[in-house]
Design a protein around this ligand. Sequence first.
Ligand code: ADP
Ligand code: MG
Length: 705
Amino acid sequence: MSNPDRNHTLSDAVLLQPVESIKGVGPRLARRLQAKGLSTIEDLLFNLPLGYLDQRGGIQISRLSVGDYVSFVATVLSGREVRYRRRKIFEVILSDGTGTVTAKWFHYGRWLTQRFRNFKGSVRVSGTLRIFGRQLEIHHPELEEIDTDVDKESGGIVPRYSPIAGVAPRAYRRIMQEVVTTFVPQVPETLPGGVRDYFELPRLQTALRQVHFPDELPKSQRGHQLSPGLRRLIFEELFFLELQIIRSQEALARETGHSMALERDFLRRVGKLLPFTLTQAQKRVMREIAADLGKKRPMNRLVQGDVGCGKTVVALLTAFIAIANGFQAALMAPTEILAHQHSINFKPYADALSIPLTLLTSRLKASEKHMRTEAIASGEARLIIGTHALIQEHVAFQRLGLVIIDEQHRFGVLQRMTLRQKGGSPHVLVMTATPIPRTLAMTVYGDLDVSVIDELPPGRTPVETRIIEAKHRKKAYDLLRSEFSQGHQAYIIYPLVEESEKSDLKDVTTMTDHLQSEVFPDIQLATLHGRMTPEEKQAIMAAFADRKLQLLVATTVIEVGIDVPDATVMVVEHPERFGLSQLHQLRGRVGRSSHRSYCLLIHEGGGVETRQRLAILEQSNDGFQIAEEDLRLRGPGDLVGIQQAGFVDLKLANLVRDANTLTAARRAALTLMQKDPDLTKPAHAAIRAKIERQSLRAAELLKTS
Ligand code: ADP
Ligand code: MG
């Protein structure tokens, strides 16, 4: 028998080969692929098609179904620019003798007009078929002139990949053809035979071949009928996710941390400083946390609670327990704005108790940053609040006893681990407002214990949510005016920062001008969006919190965590652009005091379905229920909520659609870890190699982020 270890290194090498090793890929092409994150053979193999085109002969226009992604050959009858109201559109009329389809571009470069204005000949057209009145249309199709080269390729089922700048779809398909023929036969198998047999999964090589170049059109990629190849790759992804979760869980169980005493006197002093008493739910969660802190095993707890339930004070108290025990406590927030807000909120308490507080964000001046990292390393700083800057390599702590991560859904599992590694097994507290359907929580969080704050502070009246038709926008403005006159503040959210040629959506920049000059001339307002520098954002937020501004015209940057009690109105334009959970988060920015608050969703177009979806927000204020409705309505085929929330970095699997596969993968992973906890058996070499590759890659990602 050959040496298995040598075997593994050899086979592993195939996947790590650079794209330049593919025949026909030179440095230029390689750079373009790399720009899309495709550097190795493995990257290419796991960049799966979005769908497939049926290019088998004889596809006739008259037989196409509206709503499908279609591909057919047709003759160009005419190409011209036409005007619709204020905008120009480029139209190409296509026919194959059985029917006519109009291709339309709403934004386009000069190359398109030049190419098709006087074009004579045939093209292959691919895109989603729509119908308007009685006219069949395809917007922004992929067009390929028919030449001998294409004919060679056509006559089969061809994969359709996500577009890559500077690489024609046809060229990319040729690369993939080459990769599948030359490299796939050397790809090592990762799943043990027993697992494959039990779950009826094809071998990896077969799966890859099938997924890129299937013999038959997969029946329905949208529904539950995944092709066996895809099912296998999804299983694999989830299997490795579960392996990591289980391994980190076990590693954690073996760690010993710092047992911390409750320091009741100290807590009483902090309690006296608070302007309110804790709710029952907050007290219960504090007891759970205190119990964890008292143990030798490091805490690893998630606090879930709807927006506005008061998670911040829980973080504050926990931090103070750790500090009273002689440790440093670090709080990591997902945005600069939020980190600043926390530091402003915590400052009075820290000052009153003589606890040195340090804020660390990446945009500080180098000299300032240096001073602060020194203070963190020397232990002079006790309470440290920051952004991602905290997990950078050069940041070292003197005696880190507690790590708190706010709005966990903005951070990956990995970042959580990295911050944890900054101290000798610190306690970890994670806070999130993103509700996870209970069925999934276990498998996704895996290693976390969960506490729930299921009660809002007293005196809150639920935010009154109304859908307003765009033509009645004036009503919204009237309400805003009346609130401003009572000294209250408001937000208006738009989906875009600047005007875009590509859409009719309203944007922050144009609307700010309009609102200031035409609608609220005597109101102090300002814009807030992600393209501003952190200093600018900070200054605006501070002015808003100080009530120097009454209205913030913003994008969703204000979505997370912002807490300004006098803000009573949240207006969202184009609410159909956002998920329900996201709207719920936005709504959570108001209703943070006993003032009556409003959320106005300005509904324009979008039809009955959107309207019904939005109506859920009128009826419910419960984040969990809203999240579940969101999932139900958008259907399991859609990647919503949890997945985008970035708890886990999944490319193929959809935690809702693939819930059963997840359970199966977890079972398989548990069995494997029982049999071979350190993955030292030769049969598991490929698994170990893949885990090593994944963690290497993760470490690199962290460095560059
Ligand atoms: P979130 O859970 O969304 O992070 P915050 O911690 O920002 O919520 O709290 C929202 C608001 O409620 C803050 O203004 C905070 O001061 C206030 N708050 C928190 N706990 C209580 C309480 N027990 N009683 C009254 N107000 C509270
Ligand atoms: Mg918060």
